[in-house]
Design a protein around this ligand. Sequence first.
Ligand code: NAG
Ligand code: NAG
Ligand code: NAG
Ligand code: NAG
Ligand code: NAG
Ligand code: NAG
Ligand code: NAG
Ligand code: NAG
Ligand code: NAG
Ligand code: NAG
Ligand code: NAG
Ligand code: NAG
Length: 594
Amino acid sequence: MASSTFLSCSFICITILLFLVGFCSAEDPFANFDYVVSYITASPLGVPQQVIAVNGMFPGPTVNVTTNYNVVVNVKNKLDEDLLMHWSGIFMRKNSWQDGVLGTNCPIPPKWNWTYQFQVKDQIGSFYYFPSTNFQRASGGFGSIVVNNRDIIPIPFDTPYGDITIVIGDWYIRNHTALRRDLNSGKALGIPDGVLINGKGPYRYNDTLVPDGIDYEKIDVHPGKTYRIRVSNVGISTSLNFRIQNHNLLLAETEGSYTVQQNYSSLDIHVGQSYSFLVTMDQNASSDYYIVASARFVNESHWQKVIGVGILHYTNSKGKASGPLPDPPQDQFDKTFSMNQARSIRWNVTASGARPNPQGSFRYGSINVTEVYVLKNKPPVTINGKWRSTLSGISYANPVTPIRLADQYKVKDVYKLDFPTNPLTGPPRIAASIINGTYRGFMEVILQNNDTKMHSYHMSGYNFFVVGMDYGEWTENSRGTYNKWDGIARTTTQVFPGAWTVILVSLDNVGIWNLRTENLDSWYLGQETYVRVVNSEATNKTELPIPDNALFCGALSHLQKPQDISLATSITGNQSKSFLTLLLLISTLITTFR
Ligand SMILES: *[C@@H]1O[C@H](CO)[C@@H](O)[C@H](O)[C@H]1NC(C)=O
Ligand SMILES: *[C@@H]1O[C@H](CO)[C@@H](O)[C@H](O)[C@H]1NC(C)=O
Ligand SMILES: *[C@@H]1O[C@H](CO)[C@@H](O)[C@H](O)[C@H]1NC(C)=O
Ligand SMILES: *[C@@H]1O[C@H](CO)[C@@H](O)[C@H](O)[C@H]1NC(C)=O
Ligand SMILES: *[C@@H]1O[C@H](CO)[C@@H](O)[C@H](O)[C@H]1NC(C)=O
Ligand SMILES: *[C@@H]1O[C@H](CO)[C@@H](O)[C@H](O)[C@H]1NC(C)=O
Ligand SMILES: *[C@@H]1O[C@H](CO)[C@@H](O)[C@H](O)[C@H]1NC(C)=O
Ligand SMILES: *[C@@H]1O[C@H](CO)[C@@H](O)[C@H](O)[C@H]1NC(C)=O
Ligand SMILES: *[C@@H]1O[C@H](CO)[C@@H](O)[C@H](O)[C@H]1NC(C)=O
Ligand SMILES: *[C@@H]1O[C@H](CO)[C@@H](O)[C@H](O)[C@H]1NC(C)=O
Ligand SMILES: *[C@@H]1O[C@H](CO)[C@@H](O)[C@H](O)[C@H]1NC(C)=O
Ligand SMILES: *[C@@H]1O[C@H](CO)[C@@H](O)[C@H](O)[C@H]1NC(C)=O
């Protein structure tokens, strides 16, 4: 899939890049990508609609790189609105400049391009990228990110025969501008129209429920082999149960940490989460097998048509998949089932690196907490006539000047460092209020979900330790239940409705970091904040300098030079130029030897 990877380790190239951006470890390889983001027409559910493609592909190509690679992605915006690409789960060490969210970057205007450059330092695992503004993820623009281990670092399982990426997610036939309009006018989005697997609609497992002529995802495998299957939920707000008929899912990794390996017949994957399963093709191929992603915690009779179905096809398969889909978990009367499953996901503390956290901090249970935040969400409310979502009573409004840039240029009154440690009790308000994080502090964040829907929370710049979750209100006594030894380190955690989840995070990465719900509708309506981590010591060692190509907007727009759109329209210009030269050379040769 990653056809556009060019490893340019050559000395000249590195010298030029070092000169251009003034950082990066010269000995680490570069991976270059040109990504053109544009609308294309697709009919995933049988109805033509505009979707967002990357290089004409929906979903976009997989970013397939290895620990410590320097990743250079030139993103060209061919949409009719601003764009920012977010590399969700990539730590961006010392480099929030490249995170691609409105608190760190000015958006890329239509027809412009912008080149991201970041190192996937000391990390491995399965993640995904997506456009972070304007509700665009609802129309696509997403794709998988795979960070492979370096050859010299052992992995805690035999090398799989193949590596397969799958993105799943709920889907609407209305495009992101229509969905945005609904939210702006205070309307909930309602039940999605379907669930897509790798951008495709359901296999026709039932003639009544699935119309004819829908293209479905088919994954070809060899009998007897073991594959690593990486699954990310890139949808808007639906938790999905993932399962493969007759096959065990041996869980091996989640968002950069190797887990204790355990078999599951199905696993709940909440919005924004990624998992790697080792799946052995140990069935007798009497037929193909269903791959299913179905909504969780919903009334089945309303959601019959909203189900993702793909096909697992053995090369020696004797026929088509048929009959009923494999059963979802039967836990209508057991609200602890899914939470117990979540709690069963633990970290393999003896598996080798790359360690997601700095040396030493993995003994997180013995580190003293330096600051505690209780973040409480609520269902959307009307504030100043606008429909908004809140976190601790504050609905975040993005300032026109990104926070990181405002800090750099000392622009005043852009935001306030006054995010409360406990939820506000007064009337909710709209503000650019962010968390004052202490550099090298160890923060405990209690996520209390007071909504009636499942939420997942993500923090940029870090892996955090998920140490506890339970129903009811968190109290000081809840600390007694924390897992202080092998809580999983990940980037996105689920918080059940009417329940809490606690995360611990070591604030060792200087920058401005987004902390948000991954549920796109609530996020769009303001359920997010940022954690500002600054090193008061005057040093250039803990954060990279502002990139030379930084875009400027808001109070700093006067610093922005116009972009030569004619140049940027062909970001593959260099390649086509050398291709032309080659053609010229060949034709010259042909003429000469005639
Ligand atoms: C989105 O859908 C609306 C109709 O609901 C249409 O007017 C608009 O052109 C579409 N936008 C894109 C970008 O496809
Ligand atoms: C846009 O792309 C051109 C051509 O590849 C590149 O030279 C330029 O640096 C890019 N602009 C930005 C702001 O990254
Ligand atoms: C944990 O990782 C170690 C080291 O790679 C491996 O030998 C062991 O099997 C793993 N344990 C589990 C339970 O997955
Ligand atoms: C990534 O690239 C390597 C080397 O080309 C390949 O073996 C591997 O299967 C790729 N992984 C994915 C997920 O595409
Ligand atoms: C297809 O789904 C409908 C509606 O749920 C159901 O009544 C019917 O029995 C299903 N057909 C088959 C062949 O399973
Ligand atoms: C997982 O299930 C497979 C059979 O599919 C079995 O061979 C393996 O031992 C199981 N592994 C664990 C850790 O339970
Ligand atoms: C394959 O397995 C299925 C169920 O696991 C069984 O019904 C069928 O008879 C088997 N077919 C062959 C050819 O062994
Ligand atoms: C699901 O919805 C149907 C139709 O509205 C209703 O009759 C049924 O009671 C609901 N089931 C549950 C478990 O809420
Ligand atoms: C944590 O704090 C306690 C006292 O509050 C202290 O005795 C202990 O040394 C501290 N531990 C670390 C690792 O700093
Ligand atoms: C932010 O926290 C630091 C300590 O980490 C403190 O010195 C500073 O005064 C705080 N700033 C505000 C505005 O509260
Ligand atoms: C929300 O919070 C209120 C007040 O603490 C509590 O009574 C209510 O049960 C909570 N609801 C949920 C769904 O958590
Ligand atoms: C950091 O780098 C900037 C620009 O490269 C330079 O002006 C400044 O003096 C440096 N600061 C320190 C403390 O080295």
